[in-house]
Design a protein around this ligand. Structure first.
Ligand SMILES: *[C@@H]1O[C@H](CO)[C@@H](O)[C@H](O)[C@H]1NC(C)=O
Ligand SMILES: *[C@@H]1O[C@H](CO)[C@@H](O)[C@H](O)[C@H]1NC(C)=O
Length: 396
């Protein structure tokens, strides 16, 4: 056995080194600035580094189909945004649009694309809140805008923003700051682009679902309701997420501490931005008169487990009745209105009797964490949100 001893010794040091590194990383993350760097990863923007996000045709859009522009928030941050126009509408006005200046617009209200959005009573707008890291042009995001706006209708425009600290936007991200950027984007859409809220869908993915929950809750409390709300790959709240989240699907955050709940609790108490989406969504559902909420998650999402969407659904459904529903009855009622889609996929539709509130949970079998954004169920949800049929009434 003697020749194996050095290997064991090496293995011992590797394990020791690994555990020390993990412990040091956890201790370092108690620092709010570092914590936010890791959570938002707003400085990580490959491959947008090699691309110019002011040239959207580098991401496959038609020339001037996208208008990059800036708007400002009430606390004076400059937010970078893209207005993506539907391809069908672009085709009808192509020669005029091609003559427009390109790049980041000095004044978007002078562009043909903006006028088509503002002046068309049929125009619909999806306000898109992306996940952490990167920019409006990162990864599958650009494909998702095309999937949503190049489809069967030529009336769906997209407004995508980079939160403060991301991409070309100014500032540093915090929960409160990012939500106020989202609110400012909706205000821009309603006040500058003059799109009424019943022609607006708010769509978020991953961290963007938490932004969406904050934004729709804010507006619901002020009596403004949207055509629909679509949450893709969301999570109930950040402390619950980090206990089972793995960065990029394989770097665990707090899951190695699972056998030590008190240690987990100790570290989660240091989380500065807690993003309580389940609580915000239930409040949103409670104060709204009309709700069209779509909660979509892929079974093969290795970054955020799909059962987080189960939690969001339960919180939202529970809020459709005055006193709440006990969880056994909720499960039973949910099962009665669930359609099995095969391969573990299903759709549950919750419609509270006597109310105009529909909550739909769709667990799809494929799509991972981000690519799912480009898949048909997301576009379908947006189409339904804009013009939903009566859902199946669920007896309560
Ligand atoms: C938009 O804002 C960014 C950041 O402040 C700035 O660098 C850029 O020049 C602005 N673009 C325009 C067209 O105003
Ligand atoms: C359900 O709603 C009731 C009252 O609205 C609340 O007290 C309860 O905590 C909720 N339950 C869950 C699981 O959210």
């Amino acid at each position: 056995m003697a020749p194996l001893a050095p290997i064991f010794r090496t293995a011992y040091w590797v394990v020791f080194f690994g555990i020390s590194l993990y412990a040091l990383a956890l201790i370092a993350l108690v620092n709010p600035w570092l914590q936010r760097q890791v959570l938002y990863a707003h400085k990580i923007r490959s491959p947008s580094w090699w691309f110019d996000i002011n040239k959207p045709e580098q991401f496959g859009f038609a020339k001037n189909q996208v208008t990059p522009f800036n708007f400002t928030t009430p606390d004076h941050e400059t937010i970078y945004a893209w207005h993506v126009m539907p391809l069908g509408l672009y085709a009808k006005h192509e020669s005029e649009i091609l003559q427009q200046p390109s790049g980041c617009a000095e004044d978007i209200t002078n562009t043909k694309a903006f006028k088509l959005l503002r002046d068309d009573p049929e125009a619909r707008l999806i306000i898109n809140f992306h996940g952490n890291a990167g920019t409006v042009a990162q990864g599958w995001r650009t494909d998702s805008y095309r999937a949503l706006s190049d489809g069967s209708t030529s009336s769906i425009h997209i407004l995508a923003i980079d939160y403060r600290g991301f991409g070309l936007s100014t500032g540093f991200p915090t929960e409160e700051g990012i939500i106020s950027d989202g609110i400012a984007a909706v205000d821009w859409a309603m006040k500058i682009a003059k799109v009424p809220s019943d022609r607006i869908v708010i769509l978020g993915q991953s961290l963007g679902t938490a932004v969406t929950a904050g934004v729709v809750n804010h507006f619901a409390e002020r009596g403004t309701e949207f055509a629909g709300v679509v949450l893709v790959a969301g999570f109930t709240d950040l402390p619950s997420l980090v206990t089972d989240y793995s960065i990029a699907g394989w770097i665990p955050v707090l899951s190695p501490l699972k056998p030590y709940p008190r240690l987990q609790k100790f570290f989660t108490s240091y989380i500065v931005d807690r993003w309580p989406s389940a609580t915000r969504l239930s409040n949103f559902v409670r104060v709204s008169k009309r709700v069209r909420l779509f909660i979509i998650h892929s079974k093969d999402d290795y970054e955020i487990p799909w059962y987080h969407s189960e939690g969001l659904f339960a919180a939202a459904a529970n809020a459709t009745t005055d006193g709440g529903i006990d969880s056994a009855l909720l499960e039973e009622t949910k099962t009665m209105s669930t359609i099995d889609m095969g391969d573990g996929a299903f759709i549950s539709t919750w419609k509270a009797a006597g109310s105009n509130k529909i909550i739909r949970e769709e667990i799809v079998a494929y799509g991972h964490h981000s690519r799912v954004l480009t898949y048909a169920p997301i576009s379908l949800a947006a189409l339904k949100a804009f013009d939903l049929d009566d859902g199946e009434a669920v007896p309560l």
